[in-house]
Design a protein around this ligand. Structure first.
Ligand code: PLP
Length: 446
């Protein structure tokens, strides 16, 4: 028997049976999958043609420990053999979830000590909205139902998180699901004063007594790696306190060392009332997420809840995922990966600054830890953008693929932003190699 032409087969099977998440069906039907990855090792991914790429996005901003960590696989195997799954509903419990809840409470911002587990980011944000409303309901203010989010926010694709997402393209498919979501301005091309004024206006317009919570990513990821001015979140916190609004930090990308601190809000010493996490908590080795709530919210639940809390996912506190998360956090701490993220992020920024200086189409460059962006503009002196139809970001991304680097473009609102979010284990030499390739790719398109 001859060899099955496996790659051809896989292409056809993919086109026939696999509806890809966040993808173009048209493109899939025309070309099939561009890359079929087979192996990961450290910061590298290898496809089924044997080509190796730098995974400069940690895949979906999540593979913080890098690929191929056998310690995580071993822990998963051990837990699966012992107790792969059992329920955490009602009065059932198990050791991995209990120990993980304690661990997360110990690293979360002060005063946030109780965790509700989920299977991912969207579920975490939907859960945070429900817990926030539940808090107000228990407090005798069920009319506090609205959520303030921001433009360019990405909070996921479940019902409520789609509505919280502030990138309208995500509403095109099926519309938003909930009427109670309002989007304020974000500090992109706007300073703190203007962005805060917009939040205040939304609160005043909607009526403070109707608002449950404000949600924000410490650094907006999918919106284009938007790093806020230093005073922005402190001002947001003050505003929330002034109107008695809960503050939800969506740390789904920024958590677990991504920005050079364990959690993003630590950069500005801002305490959220609820914090959502996913992605980096298991470095993507197994789906997982959760919401940490303040003692005030937890106490309110303890004091005033009467019946059952009718909210729970089958996989809330999944034993195997919990065991992997515990080990993942252990490694993050032992290898000082938040500190490495901070150090490598600075080196990455220096590299970006050199590219900006030596080329003619780079505008703003920024990093916070290992979350970074390079903005491509027609005129760096005025920041005038390229016409969208030139698809400049797409061209640079393709040039990067050709040079063995996988990055992600953000082209909403006619921007041409290239995002970077490499594994936190990356070293100086690998940063320099990546920067050289970006340099080359920009020159090739320029
Ligand atoms: N929140 C943020 C900030 C995200 O970046 C994402 C995913 O990219 C989500 C929420 C949704 O998480 P998930 O895709 O795990 O549902």
């Amino acid at each position: 028997e001859g060899e099955i032409p496996l790659s051809k087969n896989l292409n056809e099977l993919d086109q026939k049976h696999f509806i890809h998440p966040t993808s173009s069906i048209q493109q899939q039907q025309e070309h099939g999958p561009a890359y079929i990855f087979e192996k990961g090792d450290g910061i590298y991914l290898t496809d089924n043609k044997g080509e190796t790429y730098i995974d400069a996005m940690s895949s979906l901003w999540n593979v913080n420990l890098g690929h191929g960590r056998s310690e995580l696989a071993e822990v998963a195997k051990e837990q699966m053999e012992k107790l792969a799954f059992s329920s955490a509903f009602s009065t059932f419990s198990h050791k991995p979830a209990i120990l993980l809840a304690e661990k997360i409470a110990s690293i979360a911002p002060k005063g946030l000590n109780a965790v509700f587990f989920t299977s991912g980011g969207s579920e975490s944000n939907d859960t945070a909205f429900k817990l926030a409303r539940h808090y107000w309901k228990l407090k005798g203010k069920p009319e506090r139902r609205k959520i303030i989010s921001r433009k360019k926010a990405y909070h996921g694709v479940a019902a409520a998180s789609t509505s919280a997402t502030g990138i309208p393209q995500f509403w095109d498919m099926a519309g938003t699901f909930m009427p109670d979501f309002v989007h304020a301005e974000t500090p992109y091309e706007k300073g703190t004063t203007e962005a805060i004024e917009s939040v205040r206006q939304v609160i005043e317009q909607e009526g403070p007594e109707t608002i449950t919570a404000f949600i924000a990513e410490p650094v907006q990821g999918a919106g284009g790696v938007i790093i806020p001015p230093d005073d922005y979140f402190q001002e947001v916190r003050k505003l929330c306190d002034e109107y008695g609004i809960l503050f939800i930090a969506d740390e789904i990308i920024t958590g677990f060392g991504r920005t050079g601190k364990m959690f993003g809000m630590e950069h500005w010493n801002v305490q959220p009332d609820l914090m959502t996490f996913a992605k980096g908590v298991t470095s993507g080795y197994i789906p997982f997420g959760g919401v940490v709530v303040s003692d005030e919210i937890h106490d309110m639940m303890k004091e005033r809840s009467t019946g059952t809390l009718f909210h729970g996912f089958t996989y809330s506190g999944h034993p195997t995922a919990s065991a992997v998360a515990l080990k993942n956090i252990d490694i993050l701490e032992n290898e000082n990966l938040a500190a490495n993220s901070q150090k490598m992020g600075k080196r990455l920024l220096q590299g970006f600054e050199r590219i900006k200086k030596d080329t003619n189409m780079v505008g703003d460059v920024r990093t916070l830890g290992l979350l970074g962006a390079v903005e491509l503009v027609k005129d760096p002196s005025t920041n005038e953008r390229f016409p969208a139809e030139w698809k400049v970001a797409g061209k640079v991304i393709n040039a990067l693929y050709d040079r063995g680097v996988i990055c992600r473009p953000v082209t909403f609102d006619s921007t041409d932003i290239i995002c970077f979010s490499p594994p936190l284990i990356i070293n100086e030499e690998q940063i320099d190699t990546m920067v050289e390739k970006v340099y080359d790719a920009v020159l090739a398109v320029e």
